[in-house]
Design a protein around this ligand. Structure first.
Ligand code: KG4
Ligand code: ZN
Length: 338
């Protein structure tokens, strides 16, 4: 089975060709970073127009790289939400047009399901597994029991963790997108223990997260430093922030592991997914936790943690081989909880 995947829900235009033998035949991503940088964040209208301009060319490139034509496809999958609706519409309409013209099945994929199932594409992970899904818009702990069977154990009560990285980067004057820039600054820190930050929710019952207090604490430190940061201040604060986030994520995961093991005595892997899963300090903290808990730890390659179309094609394959597809009147969804 060969499937074309399309991703346009945020600021990455992406197309990929994936097979049900877990082979990524092509995976092209065009970042719109330069279009949005002057505004310090993603501008939805600019994103939608850029998707429209580039998507056809990217699909053509993906097909050429895979060495196939439209006649070789078995289905077309596109992100149907959640996301910036203008962009989602561009991806869905393009997929529907190909499906209609070639008489192919169309699968509308939940973007979060794309992240959630990536580890099965890269590492053939079996159900059930415990998933920490950490991206720009989401922060959730899920028991993944099957395709379409996600049980939420915890979520953020305020900011998503990627959002906290992006806002902290802004406070530190690092620019956009925040995650990778905070990680780079933290790696340069000479005194990572210099700043003390609160560890929100640490030790509290349940598996929920909270990050807005952490961001406020970073702001307070910046103000105490007179609003002007030296490079050393900035790097040390970035390191404190990143270490605190890693600690809080590990604490919440430890609690979720207890619940997961109660419900699934046969066990399962700890899997991390979403853009923030590209962070090496967070990956390594979670790997240590999994080892202590005697659970396999799976983190997809960095490229497949941030938004891409291979994960959308794969989630499409997972659903399509269970006999699921969507009608051509599927309406794109700005919100779509898992
Ligand atoms: O999954 P993703 O690419 O898009 C969404 O679906 O949201 O995640 C993007 C988020 C952004 O907030 C970005 O700052 C964060 O992931 N991110 C990182 C890193 N790379 C991306 N956060 C921390 N460290 C990174 N290396
Ligand atoms: Zn994403």
């Amino acid at each position: 089975m060969i499937v074309l995947g399309i991703e346009t829900s945020c600021d990455e235009t992406a197309a990929a060709i994936v097979t049900d033998a877990r082979e990524i035949r092509a995976d092209v991503v065009l970042s719109q970073l330069d279009d949005h940088t002057p505004y310090g964040g993603v501008v939805p209208e600019i994103a939608a127009r850029a998707h429209l301009e580039h998507l056809d060319g990217l699909i053509r490139r993906a097909m050429a790289e895979a060495g196939i034509g439209f006649g070789d496809l078995d289905a077309v999958a596109a992100t149907g939400g959640p996301g910036l609706i203008g962009g989602v519409i561009v991806g869905v309409m393009t997929a529907k047009a190909i499906a209609a013209a070639r008489n192919l099945p169309f699968v509308a994929v939940n973007h979060l399901e794309g992240h959630a199932l990536t580890a099965r594409l890269t590492d053939d992970v079996a159900f059930p597994y415990l998933l920490l899904l950490v991206s720009g818009g989401h922060c959730q702990l899920l028991a993944v029991e099957g395709v379409g069977r996600y049980r939420r154990l915890g979520t953020t009560i305020d900011d998503a963790v990627g959002e906290a990285f992006d806002k902290t980067a802004k406070l530190l004057g690092l620019g956009y997108p925040g995650g990778p820039l905070v990680e780079k600054a933290a790696a340069r820190a000479t005194n990572p223990a210099r700043f003390e930050l609160p560890r929100p929710m640490l030790g509290r019952p349940g598996c929920d997260f909270s990050f807005s207090g952490l961001k406020t604490a970073v702001r307070r430190h910046v103000e105490e430093l007179g609003g002007v940061l030296s490079e050393a201040d900035r790097d040390d604060l970035a390191a404190a922030f990143q270490a605190t986030v890693a600690e809080v994520l590990a604490d919440r995961c430890a609690r979720a592991i207890r619940r997961f093991k109660e419900d699934h005595p046969q066990g399962g892997a700890l899997v991390v997914a979403g853009g923030v899963a590209a962070n090496k300090a967070i990956r390594s903290r979670l790997a240590t936790l999994a080892e202590k808990q005697r659970m396999p730890f799976v983190a997809p390659p960095l490229r497949l943690c941030t938004d891409n179309a291979a994960m959308i094609a794969w989630a499409g394959i997972e659903r399509f081989r269970l006999g699921e597809s969507d009608p051509l009147n599927f309406a794109p969804r700005p919100r779509w909880p898992l």
